[in-house]
Ligand binder design. Structure first.
Ligand code: SAH
Length: 417
């Protein structure tokens, strides 16, 4: 087939070729040896040493991640690119129908993990959101094609474009406010972990048929919703939960509201007052007879756990879900100290047989390092921990083998003796 000469070529070095052959899809700027003058977001052909064709990629004129490989073939045109994108979006939707049940909110397309690098699509019940993280998908014609395909595949009537300001800056894209791309509804209520009829009998304790409900507002400046990547971990934690629970870094009540279904008492803390106000609104959505009221506390986790431990407070289950302490490998030592301190304090407050649910969403912290930190904390407190589950992000946030960055969340559930 005659090659389309309109597709620019980008030459990369051995290191980039090895990386791509290992299954990764990124080429860093430092591994590009010859780059044409291409428009931001252009479809390019990737050429390795000795003119080896390596595939087709999306080009960024500004990011350190210069290329994101789409496929091993040499796409011949913009039409080919958009056909591929439409197919990938269909695959992403089909995959969710395999792995998601009992929830009407989940990630529908997860960038590299769905081989749509730079594109995130989430569903919150009847409001869908799109986030564009690269120059490539910001082109109006491509964005329109994605929106139209999404509507065809899902019947979505309301689609909002959400904005990550920091990423738009890195990609040198103009700043914009979140806005509706189609439809007029931008806020809704969504449900996680609704049990299928009969499932409760099979031992899915705490996952009532009605599920746990949350408010979502795609346009509000303040982020609302829940951390969808923790959805399955909420249910997992609830399976072991009983008695008195403490949810540290609760945000808008994700773990706490699930635990309130099975525990006698739930205390939840966060340093953000706005997050806690929304958590209380969420609690109202879920209030039902027999459920304990959650005690919401605005505090710094380090200070409050110290005070509680000193006061001799004891719990049957403690969830630790702090923000990503390690943004990169550079601040790993400080991050590990932060994790250890929180875990130490939690371990001191767990009753014998109590459950620790401890999470890290830092990609820079490997599961191995996280478990080492936990081992140290268990040793320091002279306790013993049996691992019940080593978990990660929910399946609607898949990990793509070969692209380790798609696997970032660790959630260890342990029984503490
Ligand atoms: N568990 C939540 C997600 C937590 S995100 C869920 O499943 O939805 C991390 C949260 O930690 C944020 O809400 C943030 O406000 C809070 N946070 C950050 N630093 C904190 C600190 N030092 N003390 C308490 N909360 C903190």
């Amino acid at each position: 087939m005659a090659q389309d000469t309109r597709i620019p070529q980008v030459k990369v070095n051995d290191r980039a070729m090895a990386r791509l052959r290992g299954g990764h899809v990124w080429v860093y700027a430092s591994d590009v040896v010859d780059e044409p003058k291409a428009e931001p977001g252009t479809l390019v052909h990737v050429i390795g040493p000795k003119d080896k064709p390596l595939g087709s990629a999306l080009y960024s004129s500004s990011s350190q991640i210069k290329l994101r490989l789409l496929c091993r073939e040499q796409l011949a045109s913009e039409d080919d690119l958009m056909d591929l994108a439409r197919r990938r979006l269909a695959e992403a939707v089909a995959f969710r129908s395999q792995v998601v049940s009992g929830a009407d909110a989940y990630r529908l397309a997860f960038s590299e993990a769905d081989r749509l690098p730079g594109l995130i699509v989430d569903r919150y019940n009847d409001v869908y959101t799109i986030q564009i993280l690269t120059q490539a998908w910001d082109r109006p014609s491509r964005k329109e094609a994605i929106v139209s395909r999404l509507r065809d595949l899902t019947g979505a009537e309301n689609i909002v474009e959400r904005v990550d300001e920091r990423i738009r800056e890195l990609e040198q894209l103009p700043q914009l406010a979140p806005h509706a791309l189609c439809g007029s509804k931008t806020a809704t209520v969504f449900t996680l972990n609704r049990a299928s009829p009969g499932a409760a009998k099979e031992g899915t304790a705490g996952v009532g048929e009605s599920g746990v409900q949350f408010h979502y507002d795609a346009l509000s400046g303040q982020k609302t919703g829940a951390f969808l990547d923790q959805r399955e971990n909420y249910a997992a934690a609830a399976r072991y939960a009983r008695g008195e629970a403490l949810d540290v870094c609760t945000y808008q009540g994700g773990f706490a509201l699930q635990l309130a279904r099975v525990c006698a008492k739930v205390t939840a803390l966060d340093s953000s007052r706005e997050a806690l106000e929304m958590a209380e609104q969420n609690e109202k959505l879920n209030s039902a007879a027999g459920r304990p009221e959650v005690e919401w506390i605005e505090a710094n986790a380090f200070d409050l756990l110290k005070d509680y431990a000193a006061a001799g407070k004891q719990y049957d289950i403690i969830v630790l879900d702090p923000p990503a302490f390690a943004k990169s490998k550079r601040n790993l030592p400080a991050a590990m100290r932060g994790y250890k301190e929180l875990n130490l304090r939690a371990l001191r407050m767990l009753r014998p047989g109590g459950i620790l649910v401890t999470c890290s969403c830092s990609f820079a912290v490997s599961e191995e390092e996280f478990l080492l930190m936990l081992t140290g904390a268990v040793q320091d407190t002279h306790r013993a921990a049996r691992i019940l589950e080593r978990r990660g992000q929910s399946q609607d946030h898949p990990s793509l083998l070969g692209v380790p960055e798609t696997s970032y969340l660790k959630c260890i559930i342990a029984s503490i003796v």
